[in-house]
Design a protein around this ligand. Sequence first.
Ligand SMILES: Nc1ncnc2c1ncn2[C@@H]1O[C@H](COP(=O)(O)OP(=O)(O)OP(=O)(O)O)[C@@H](O)[C@H]1O
Ligand SMILES: [Mg+2]
Length: 186
Amino acid sequence: MEVVKGEVVSFQHVDKVYHSGTVALSQFDLSIADGEFISFLGPSGCGKSTALRMVAGLGEATNGRVKVFNQSPKDVIKHSNDIAYVFQEANLLPWRTVLDNVLLPLEIRGINKEKRKECAVEVLEMVGLKDYLHAYPRQLSGGMKMRVSIARALAAKPKLLLMDEPFAALDEMTRQTLQMDLLQIW
Ligand SMILES: Nc1ncnc2c1ncn2[C@@H]1O[C@H](COP(=O)(O)OP(=O)(O)OP(=O)(O)O)[C@@H](O)[C@H]1O
Ligand SMILES: [Mg+2]
């Protein structure tokens, strides 16, 4: 396999055929370099989520090879916090405050208490929620919940941030604001 310097994600001749027989990807090639911001555009059902999930180690290629940081995605996930994934829904724990939701993955990773608080507050400031650290998800708007979800993904300082239509459930104006903010954060 050819190794390209500074390559973060690579798909080489990837096929993905689901058990149902659906061909979601066929001979898919892609190379993403360090520092790039890439969007997948295409009609519904063309395989965007399938490809994204494979980068996160959620689903194997039927043929071909997917590499992240020149390793298998599953190994990257097992040994580091380098990949973060933001889903379409914010998926916050309703019984935890904003701060505690962002702290959760850091707790699971065993990061020390002071350090994780510092990281969580930093990313919540970054997404414009520093005044809502102690609010509960039910007290937030849809856009604010997505901001918490993004903060939670950023808290462990991933090298690669994957997002699958993270703003799809929001209204047009909120979506545009968050898209601009995301570029700013990036
Ligand atoms: N778990 C699964 N089992 C079987 N078929 C699947 C599965 N997940 C996706 N597919 C099929 O694979 C194809 C690609 O789906 P995928 O979710 O990747 O599309 P997409 O481009 O993300 O679409 P959308 O824009 O609607 O989100 C579709 O035909 C879909 O029905
Ligand atoms: Mg999709």
